[in-house]
Each structure stands twice: as C-alpha cells, then as structure tokens.
Write a protein that binds this ligand. Structure first.
Ligand code: PLP
Length: 404
C-alpha cells in the first residue's frame, strides 16, 4: 500500500518552488540536459554513426527516452543487471551489459534472454570462459558475447595486439552456447586528457586500436557485428568513425565539474545539482554548514588533481555573489561551504584566514544552496529520484533504479 501511494505520488507531481523541496535532493535542469543530449546526438549523427548511451549515469527511463527522442540511438548500455531488468521492463530490448560477466550472473542473463531481451555480455578473461560456458550450458538459449579490449591501459580488457584476443574469440565462436558478437572498449584514460590535442589523440587511439583488433580477428575468419567504443571526452573529440558501429557515452547528459575541468563542457552546461539547506554558521571559521554532506554528493573527489579543485562540489554560480564558494569538506550529512581560492582546494582551516565577508549574508540560515557535483554518475547513484526543474520550479519527479 505504501509503495502504491509512492507510485501515485510520482504520477501526480505538484509543481514546487525549489526552495520548498525537502533537502538534500537531486535536481535536473531539463533545458540544459536536453541541450547536452542534442549536442552528442548531432555530433555522432554527423559522423554517420549511432549512439548506445550508457544509462548508468542516470538510471532513468525518462532521461533515456529524451536521448532516444534526440535521435541516432541504437540500444543502451547498462552497468548492472538490475538496470537491465528495469529498462527491459520499460521497453528497451537491445542492451549491452558492459561489466565483465561472471558465472553467478548467467541464470539472470538467461532469464532476460528467454523473455525476449537482446542482451549482450562482455568478457576479457580466458580463465572465465570455461566457468561461464558451464553455466550457459544449463540454459536453453544462446548468449551473445563481446570481448572487451584494453586500448589505453586504464582498466580492464584484452590487449588488442595479443594472441589472447584471438584465442578468446575462437573459444566463443566454437561454443555451442555462446555467439561471438564483436569487440568493445572504453578509453577511461580520457579523464586525464586536459588539452584538445590530448583528447583527440586518445579518441584516435581508442578507435584505431579497436579497428586493429577487428582486422586481426577478420584475418582469422572471425567477423565482428559490433564494434563499440566510447567515453564522453573521446565521443566529443572523435572526428571519424568509419568501421565503428556504435559509440557509448553516459555522463554527457548531465556533465559535471570533472568534464568542465577537462574542457568538454562549461560549468554552465552542468544539468545536475544537489540542493541542500543551510543548517548553521561557524562564524569564527568562515564556514556555512548545510544538510548536504558526502552522502548527498558522493565521496567522489574527481577534481582533486585538476587545476581547479572544487572539494566535494561547487556552489552553483549566481548573480547574487561574485565569490566562488565550494563544499570544501564534508561529513556524512553535513557539508562545509567556504569561499574558494582560484587554484586549490582549501581546507576549512585555510579558508578561515581569508575574508569571509559576505558568506553569511549570501547563505543565511535556511537558505537553499545548489551544489554542482564532481562526478554526476556517482552523485546521481545516491538518489532514488530526481526533481526535474524548469525556470526555477520543480515540475516533475523521475525515478531512478539504484542498487544491484
Ligand atoms: C564500459 C563503459 N562504457 C561507456 C562509459 C561511458 O563513459 P562516460 O561516463 O565518460 O560517458 C563507461 C563509463 O564508465 C563505461 O564504463
């Protein structure tokens, strides 16, 4: 009954001024989100390719529908099988589960396939093959499998130059239970590319090493139906996609301070924020305390190695104050807002010696404070719903599917 009331509440959302929302909560600026989505859809369309958006950023069917409406979309990418369940239930039937598959998830994958979901799984480990084949054999279906490539030394994947690539592909192709589908890679090292040239070089490397793997497999008589690459910085930097069947990106829908620091977007493009309320002042220290701590922002300190380190987040720039304010420190349910220096993260004690003129005027008790996140995916994952904002008013409430 409680759940039913919750669903009814979601369906009938009464427009609310954001100052009246319960805090902390997560806001989506709808116009900015639509603009960000349109930007990548147009870029990938101009390159005659299609997008397979990574929905882990928002885990929301409404955001996904907005991406589909913008065009050039072929299927979705998920990071959990719970996301796969949720999006399949909402009509998305072409899904790439882009985290290395394990034997204990095969029964769940089989269930989705048997219900009609065109679900593809990923592998990069030869030792895993026999273990998953054994589990696959227990189900009456064929599992589509993609090999993950390591094109930047960032995380997982098979080196495209190695014999292991060919060996894994042959094993999959020869299996009665699996169908070899192709290759995918994610150039996570693009998050360390601060210049345009560095991003373009990383995008070319991600694409070219992937195409090298495709060529090597072809020479062995193995065809790749799917050739999938992508991260937000490389998706925007890439200038040619011949031979690539799809581009994956996720965080571009909201952007965040990490993407702004890399020059992929401006701070003003960031479409997601956390709303907190001022709960106190520590006047001797120059601190404003809010009810949005690290549970509200996540622990992600993605800008820590950037020229502009924003601590746990940047108070949304406003015409009412010229000074930049950041969440310089955080406890679980407390955020500490201080004036920011231009260059570095301040510890609260450093900020004490600075002028605190104005901070308590700008952030009086009970004021709503909007804070932009370092990493939108990490922040969004803290919430089970978002408030959708148009012209300063929350006009809708969208559900997101958290957990595993
Ligand atoms: C496998 C995979 N593909 C695509 C993406 C999307 O990249 P981004 O978050 O930069 O948009 C990610 C992000 O972590 C990923 O892990």
């Amino acid at each position: 009954m409680q759940y039913l009331n919750y669903c009814v509440a979601l369906m009938h959302f009464t427009p609310t001024n954001i100052e009246d929302l319960p805090t902390p909560c997560c806001l989506i600026d709808k116009a900015k989100m639509q603009r960000n989505i349109a930007r990548l859809s147009a870029h990938i369309g101009n390159l005659q390719c299609t997008l397979r958006p990574h929905v882990k950023t928002h885990k929301s069917i409404e955001v996904t529908q907005t991406i589909i409406d913008a065009g050039n979309v072929k299927g979705i990418t998920v990071s959990t099988l719970k996301e796969a369940d949720y999006f399949f239930k909402h009509g998305m039937d072409d899904i790439l589960y882009a985290v290395g598959i394990t034997p204990n998830k095969i029964a769940h994958v089989a269930q989705l396939i048997q219900q009609g979901c065109d679900l593809t799984v990923v592998i990069d480990n030869e030792d895993m093959l026999s273990l998953i084949f054994e589990k696959m054999a227990q189900h009456n279906c064929v599992f589509k499998v993609i090999i993950e490539l390591d094109t930047d030394g960032h995380r997982s994947g098979v080196n495209p130059h190695t014999d292991t690539l060919i060996s894994i592909a042959k094993h999959i192709s020869n299996s009665a239970h699996a169908k070899f589908e192709g290759v995918m890679t994610h150039a996570g090292e693009s998050y360390a590319c601060f210049t345009e040239k560095a991003k373009q070089d990383m995008a070319a490397q991600e694409r070219d090493l992937t195409l090298h793997a495709v060529k090597r497999l072809f020479e062995e008589g193995i065809h790749c139906n799917t050739v999938s690459i992508g991260s937000t910085p490389t998706a925007f930097a890439v200038d040619q996609l011949d031979g690539i069947t799809e581009v994956r990106a996720g965080v571009y829908v909201f952007f965040d301070l990490v993407m702004a620091g890399l020059g992929v977007c401006d701070v003003d493009d960031i479409a997601m924020s956390v709303l907190g309320t001022v709960i106190g002042h520590q006047k001797d220290k120059g601190w404003v305390i809010t009810d949005a701590g690290w549970m509200a922002m996540s622990r992600d300190r993605g800008t820590a190695d950037h020229v502009q380190d924003y601590g746990y987040g940047l108070v949304a720039p406003s015409s009412s104050h010229n000074t930049r304010y950041i969440m310089s420190d955080a406890n679980q349910e407390h955020g500490i807002i201080t004036a920011a220096s231009n260059a570095s993260p301040e510890t609260p004690s450093e900020s004490q010696s600075k002028s605190t003129d104005g901070i308590f005027t700008h952030f009086p008790a009970a004021k709503a404070v909007e804070i932009l996140p370092n990493h939108a995916c990490a922040t969004a994952a803290q919430y089970s719903h978002y408030y959708v904002v148009e012209n300063g008013v929350a006009v809708d409430k969208w559900h997101s599917v958290t957990g595993w």
